[in-house]
Design a protein around this ligand. Structure first.
Ligand code: GLN
Length: 488
């Protein structure tokens, strides 16, 4: 087997037995990146030297019997998570040359766990988008079909995992940005509960919605990465002081008597592709065959989630992005004569069209005359969505739905129509608005051979149950074992 094809669990075993070294593994992944990056376009930065240095340290630790949970494992990081000494661009011109002076908490934790940071992945600029087409740096293609988008905004991370250009990756999810690209690229993607994983060092998009989470080749690997990154962090005031469980320990508990909630509203969603619906229905049957019990639930306010999200997220973004003024860091247009002109020109040159659109929508929604009509209303809707989930979880343990309404669409198909693009998030946004965890797992393929994902949502801080259901499903199916063929 080619080393780059290993998943994290397999690689850990081989490293521990000293059957392979981390340097060999890291080199294999770097070679793979060399071979396919031109086609896939997953990386903004490949940190070859520092990755090999970290791999050497990992090998030394292994030879001294000093093995941590991820020692020697090459991982990719979405390029909005700060990495000390390694460029963190947010796929934006405004941060194109920004080198963070510190590591995000999740990076510190991954390094403590022995992982190797292989590089930084492409994304929609400032994580605003659903296709990675809003990157100001480069284009990422779906490894299953190079004419398709990989999903977004963590499209680089998802494509890198799917194309074996890393063993696993981190992404961020504000409205679906881990789950939707995972689904389009046929990998596993988990958005933890808001507050479960520290956001310290994550460049802020919408602070009440953002969460960091893993993208992996299977569910077991997702549990391994969650073990490494979850937990309280005093540097993030929204991180919750709770012990994290060992996410690997209850994966294979069975599903007997387990209640899976099916929201009627979701499956009746306009624009839901029949092959996606069929794959999700099959997945439900598979879980029922394993002893789970189907319960009908209702999430009546789901229909307002897109509207509420696209007020709340831009409002928070417009405030968060005010810091990019050309003064402290990032791009500055030095050819202007006044401070005002410098601000204006820096921000016009530094931000792409979608980011500018969000700043304008957000600023408008926050302005004194319109606050109540937009932000006020949107937060009322948010409360109703939270109540919907609370009520639904009284009768079920998890809720199942599609991840995205269609398989990966064509590059360019939706770029001229932001509203259609926003509708790609219809199934994923609610979990962010409610703060609950959600995981995407492969559950089928379209007739064109594109991956389809199943979303499993759970109660606050109940990632363990999500992982358990996802693991059981994965054990009963083969979808995660298929690999995209190159050239696609
Ligand atoms: N597609 C959504 C947006 O553009 C969600 C993005 C995300 O989760 N970062 O806002």
């Amino acid at each position: 087997m080619n080393l780059h094809e290993l998943n994290i669990g397999e690689a850990l075993k081989l490293l521990k037995k000293k059957a392979i070294s981390s340097v060999e593994l890291t080199r294999a992944v770097l070679d793979r990146i060399d071979d396919v990056e031109e086609k896939v376009g997953a990386y903004i930065t490949v940190a070859t030297e520092s990755a090999l240095d970290q791999a050497k340290l990992a090998d030394k630790a292994i030879s001294e019997g000093n093995v941590s949970p991820l020692t020697g494992i090459p991982l990719a990081i979405k390029d909005l998570i700060c990495t000390k000494g390694v460029k963190t661009t947010c796929a934006s011109r405004i941060l194109e040359n920004f080198i963070p002076p510190y590591d995000a908490t999740v990076i510190k934790k991954l390094k403590q766990a022995g992982a190797v940071v292989i590089g930084k992945t492409n994304m929609d600029e400032f994580a605003m988008g659903s296709s990675t087409e809003n990157s100001a740096i480069k284009r990422t293609r779906n490894p299953w079909n190079l004419t398709r988008i990989p999903g977004g905004s963590s499209g680089g991370s998802a494509a890198a995992v799917a194309a074996d250009m890393c063993l696993g990756a981190l992404g961020s999810d504000t409205g679906g940005s881990i789950r939707q690209p995972a689904s389009h690229c046929g990998v596993v993607g988990m958005k933890p509960t808001y507050g479960r994983v520290s956001r310290f060092g994550l460049v802020a998009f919408a602070s009440s919605l953002d969460q960091i989470g893993p993208l992996t080749k299977n569910v077991g690997d997702s549990a391994l990465l969650m073990n490494a990154i979850a937990g309280y962090d005093a540097s993030d005031s929204t991180s919750v002081p709770m012990d994290r469980p060992d996410y690997t320990s209850s994966l294979d508990d069975g599903l007997k008597g387990f209640r899976i909630g099916i929201p009627g509203e979701y499956n009746a969603t306009e624009g839901l592709h029949p092959e996606v619906l069929a794959a999700v229905e099959n997945a439900i049957k598979t879980l029922e065959d394993m002893g789970a019990q189907r319960v009908e639930v209702s999430l009546p306010h789901t229909q307002y989630a897109v509207a509420a999200y696209y007020v709340i997220a831009p409002a928070e973004a417009s405030s968060n992005l005010a810091r990019y003024d050309g003064v402290k860091y990032g791009l500055r247009d030095k050819n202007q004569n006044s401070l005002m002109e410098m601000y204006k020109s820096t921000r016009s040159k530094g931000f792409g069209p979608e980011v500018q659109r969000r700043i304008i929508i957000g600023t408008y929604a926050l302005s004194a005359g319109y606050y109540d009509a937009y932000c006020g209303k949107a937060s009322q809707v948010r409360t109703l969505i939270i109540e919907d989930f609370k009520k639904a979880f009284e009768t079920c343990d998890v809720i199942l739905s599609p991840v995205a309404p269609t398989p990966a669409f064509r590059i360019g198909e939706k770029t001229d129509d932001p509203l259609t693009m926003y509708l790609s998030d219809i199934f994923t946004l609610s979990a962010n608005l409610a703060g609950i965890p959600g995981i995407a797992v492969p559950c089928g393929f379209s007739s064109e051979g594109l991956p389809i994902g199943l979303q499993i949502m759970g109660k606050h801080f109940d990632e363990e149950t999500l992982l358990k259901v996802a693991f059981n499903f994965e054990q009963a199916t083969d979808f995660h074992k298929k690999k995209p063929m190159f050239p696609g």
